[in-house]
Write a protein that binds this ligand. Structure first.
Ligand SMILES: NC(=O)c1ccc[n+]([C@@H]2O[C@H](COP(=O)([O-])OP(=O)(O)OC[C@H]3O[C@@H](n4cnc5c(N)ncnc54)[C@H](O)[C@@H]3O)[C@@H](O)[C@H]2O)c1
Ligand SMILES: [Zn+2]
Length: 359
């Protein structure tokens, strides 16, 4: 990250705030133009208020619809979009706005990090995962045939505006994905988030209302605090990978249709907690508590189908892109709100943890 990069933006959260807050946020950054990448599926949900907000700024703007999918989070799409943005007059003094889930904000952010050597961008996340995680922290990326998120940059958005109302149309599975990351954040640094899940009826958790607002906001605050101390993931930011080493292996083994990312992360949280219990670093009740939290969020607590073999799991864990060398750093949850980085574990040891926990 260069010294000219903007500081980490504090996300703005609320209900029905898009029309009210977006114009002011845009005006602070640019008088020259706004180029919007809008998730096609979100257009019917948010399109009208987005257009009203943009019109209200009096600043020239263009909206480009984007079909959000991992396949379209690609170099080919990036080239197409860059061309379209430039032909529409995008310049370095303008603002790129990503409106949609994590795929859309990742692509918009990465486009902004490279277009004309970098321009400002803002994020309007419309999934719980986007609000709690993906739009926060300035990691932007696209996929390569060799793997997910392999071409990317650290480029902080100038603002993140999360209007909880837009979650009204979120499919059930996407709620689960976001909630997996919310539980993760609570376990890392925010016990109140977990207490809130424990006392809220499961139906109310998955509604675009006050509970979702509190959960998304609380999880985002955990991420902001950690990223502020370690924007380039040299140390503390690794804590945000809690559950992910196990989760990525399970997600790849099962396939995204059977186990979505947040669902796999949930299982990963269970594995990480059982590992801590097995090492005597956490109490057995903690693992039971995590399982109950996942159930309340209607997240799976069992692997769908037959578990992969030990050698298959070992191979998948060894492939984890966040590892350096033959070993893997694992995040170990010790108690609610407290984790530690456990360096240099053998992939086979982690495969055994998965088999013990989910077998
Ligand atoms: N940059 C980061 O730090 C970071 C962190 C976590 C995840 N990610 C990335 O984020 C992506 C996952 O994000 P996601 O789960 O938001 O996925 P997504 O963008 O694919 O959105 C999920 C689905 O919901 C749809 N959708 C979005 N908002 C909606 C709404 N309000 N109503 C109805 N449908 C809606 C989308 O079109 C899509 O089909 C992955 O590509 C992942 O790599 C990035
Ligand atoms: Zn994740």
């Amino acid at each position: 990250m260069s010294s000219s990069d903007p500081v980490l933006a504090r996300p703005v959260f609320g209900m029905r705030i898009l029309e009210r807050r977006l114009p002011g946020l845009i005006r602070k950054i640019t008088p020259s133009g706004v180029w919007v990448l809008l998730d096609r599926k979100v257009e019917p949900v948010i399109g009208k208020s987005l257009r009203a907000a943009l019109k209200c700024t009096g600043i020239p703007h263009r909206i480009f619809l984007f079909s959000a999918s991992e396949k379209n989070k690609s170099l080919a799409q990036l080239e197409t979009l860059a061309g379209r943005f430039l032909r529409a007059g995008a310049d370095r003094k303008g603002l790129i706005l990503g409106v949609g889930g994590g795929i859309t904000t990742d692509v918009a952010g990465f486009l902004a990090s490279t277009l004309m050597r970098g321009c400002a961008w803002g994020a309007v996340p419309t999934t719980l995962l986007g609000m709690a995680d993906a739009a926060i922290g300035g990691k932007t990326a696209i996929n390569l045939p060799e793997g997910k998120n392999l071409l990317g940059a650290f480029h902080q958005p100038r603002f993140v505006l999360a209007d909880i109302t837009s979650l009204g149309t979120l499919p059930a599975r996407e709620w689960g994905c976001g909630l997996g990351e919310v539980v993760k954040s609570g376990m890392i640094a925010n016990p109140e988030l977990l207490r809130r899940i424990e006392r809220t009826p499961p139906r109310a958790i998955r509604r675009a209302g006050a509970e979702a607002l509190a959960l998304a906001k609380g999880a985002a605050a955990v991420k902001v605090k950690i990223v502020a101390t370690d924007p380039l993931e040299k140390n503390q930011r690794k804590l945000l990978n809690l559950g992910h080493t196990f989760g990525h292996a399970l997600e790849t083994a099962a396939g995204a249709r059977k186990l979505a990312h947040g669902e796999a992360v949930g299982l990963g949280l269970l594995c990480a907690t059982q590992m801590a219990v097995g090492m005597g670093s956490a109490r057995a009740q903690y693992a039971t508590q995590v399982e109950k939290l996942l159930l309340r969020c209607r997240l799976p607590t069992r692997y769908p189908g037959k578990l992969p073999t030990r050698s298959e799991l070992t191979r998948l864990i060894a492939r984890d892109k966040k590892k350096a060398g033959p070993t893997v750093d694992v995040i170990l949850p010790r108690q609610v709100g407290r984790c530690e980085i456990l360096p240099n574990r053998a992939p086979g040891e982690l495969a055994d943890v998965i088999l013990r926990t989910l077998g």
